[in-house]
Design a binder for this molecule. Structure first.
Ligand SMILES: Cc1cc2nc3c(=O)[nH]c(=O)nc-3n(C[C@H](O)[C@H](O)[C@H](O)COP(=O)(O)OP(=O)(O)OC[C@H]3O[C@@H](n4cnc5c(N)ncnc54)[C@H](O)[C@@H]3O)c2cc1C
Length: 433
């Protein structure tokens, strides 16, 4: 299976194809899933001298990691308010700091390995589509006081310096966050894993596993891996072979389009090189790429099949903010699956299957916030395996939760519709004030 027909695939750097697993291979650690979680875990282990094997069902970063919006910013899919309420401010701050470490992992790898084709552009502008200056200012202040994190408040008067739409009221600018080309980044990380002695196999879907004993056996159609540790990193694509983990994940689909080159119009509409994201639960986010194309992402659905007329649906969302783009040609439209836990926090830690299975680790469920949290998860599991670090244990607060079976996706879709209605109400009532 090839990469989806996306902008990223069409702007891909030369890269290595990896073989499929055709033999019995022994390793210290077998990582299942070649997304950002699995790749980061593999790189950090390989650097530490561990014999690591990555098994990817299709191509490295074929899943969410190679098709996402490319926005790297601190935090989790779940908000800090929830974390403060559940765990108290100290633990919420510890989690926030870890999420920042996730941002730094990506930033440092780009620098250290001189990844030109994944070069980052600084800045995330978070906008609101309703009038609430006081809350936005308070939010920026809270982030500074409670978390020591700087966000610059932007009032309504100054919004026109950033965008040509009148749909937004206030915003904050996060200058430390950035956006980049996620597929080029992941493939460069895969290359580094090879350089550090790791083994990578593509078109090698895991179809069975024996996890009970000290030596685990991981089986693909044409080969097997025998390893002391196994790390489960299948994300939203985790199938039946992941057992209880699959039943604890809601795969949620989300979508991206990119426009043709728009010339001067692109920067007349989007006047900032920062990515823009709104605060709705089903957020729109977008950014300039190649200076004059727009990459636009948004919508979520529990239906994993790609909708018909995806490009038109997404273009309609874009034109709601920028009607000037009605005639813009959409060059690529694609979808991807994110893995959500019901508590919207990642699963990072020991895999507590009913059969006691030591040295089986889970690193998944990063939701729509995986560009920092998946690398963080990869690092925490790598250091737990390498030197017994217990830093991952803060995530023991977020255990595997049943996804609701057949009712899970229905509940998710209903919740999503409810959230959309709540967003609509908030915006409409603010305009009528
Ligand atoms: C369209 C889209 C836009 C997004 N935008 C952003 C964004 O801008 N910022 C942000 O922070 N997050 C974003 N996200 C979320 C982010 O991309 C994910 O949270 C993150 O990439 C998850 O990484 P992962 O490694 O857990 O999973 P994935 O990247 O999905 O990787 C899992 C891999 O496991 C493989 N696999 C599954 N089963 C098997 C098996 N049996 N055997 C072998 N391999 C298997 C799959 O093929 C897949 O390649 C977005 C997601 C999508 C889909």
């Amino acid at each position: 299976m090839k990469y989806p027909n996306s902008y990223y695939n069409h702007s891909l750097d030369p890269h290595i194809d990896h073989p499929s697993l055709e033999a019995v291979v022994e390793a210290d650690v077998c990582i299942i899933g070649g997304g950002l979680a699995g790749l980061t875990c593999a790189l950090e282990l390989a650097i530490n001298g561990h014999k690591v094997v990555v098994l990817e069902a299709y191509k490295m970063a074929w899943g969410a990691s190679g098709r996402n919006g490319g926005i790297v910013f601190p935090g989790f899919a779940q908000g800090q308010d929830y974390l403060e309420q559940k765990l108290g401010l100290t633990a919420a701050k510890n989690l926030f700091d870890l999420s920042l470490e996730g941002v730094d992992i990506v930033r440092q790898n780009i620098q250290q390995y001189n990844l030109q084709s994944a070069a980052k552009t600084s800045g995330i502008l978070s906008v609101i589509r309703y009038n609430d200056a006081a809350n936005m200012q308070q939010y920026c202040q809270n982030m500074q006081v409670k978390y020591g994190y700087q966000l610059d408040y932007i009032d309504q008067h100054n919004m026109s310096n950033y965008t040509a739409t009148d749909k937004y009221y206030q915003a904050n600018m996060d200058k430390q966050a950035f956006h980049f080309h996620p597929l080029n980044y992941c493939l460069a990380i895969a290359q580094q894993i090879i350089k550090h002695g790791g083994q990578m196999f593509e078109q090698s879907k895991v179809i069975n596993m024996s996890l009970g004993g000290a030596e685990k056996t991981i089986i693909t159609s044409h080969g097997r891996v025998k390893a002391k540790h196994v790390v489960l990193c299948g994300g939203g694509y985790s199938g039946q072979v992941f057992g209880k983990l699959q039943k604890s994940i809601l795969p949620v689909a989300t979508y991206v389009i990119t426009t043709q080159k728009l010339g001067a119009l692109a920067q007349q509409l989007i006047k900032t090189s920062a990515a823009i994201i709104d605060d709705r639960r089903a957020a729109d986010y977008y950014r300039l790429i190649d200076d004059d194309r727009i990459l636009w992402g948004g919508r979520i659905t529990a239906k994993t099949a790609e909708p018909q007329k995806l490009a038109q649906l997404m273009q309609a969302d874009m034109c709601h903010i920028y009607p000037e783009l009605a005639q813009a040609k959409i060059e690529f439209a694609w979808s991807g699956l994110m893995a959500y836990a019901r508590h919207r926090m990642p699963y990072i830690g020991k895999f507590n299957s009913k059969t006691p299975s030591h040295n089986v680790w889970v690193c998944s469920a990063f939701g729509g916030h995986g560009m920092n949290t998946a690398p963080l998860g990869g690092r925490l599991i790598a250091e737990a395996i390498a030197d017994g670090s217990t830093r991952y244990q803060i995530f023991n607060n977020f255990k595997l939760q049943w996804n609701g079976g057949v009712f899970g996706p229905m509940a998710a879709q209903t919740t999503y519709l409810g959230m959309k209605i709540a967003d609509w109400y908030k915006e409409t009532s603010s305009r009528n004030k």
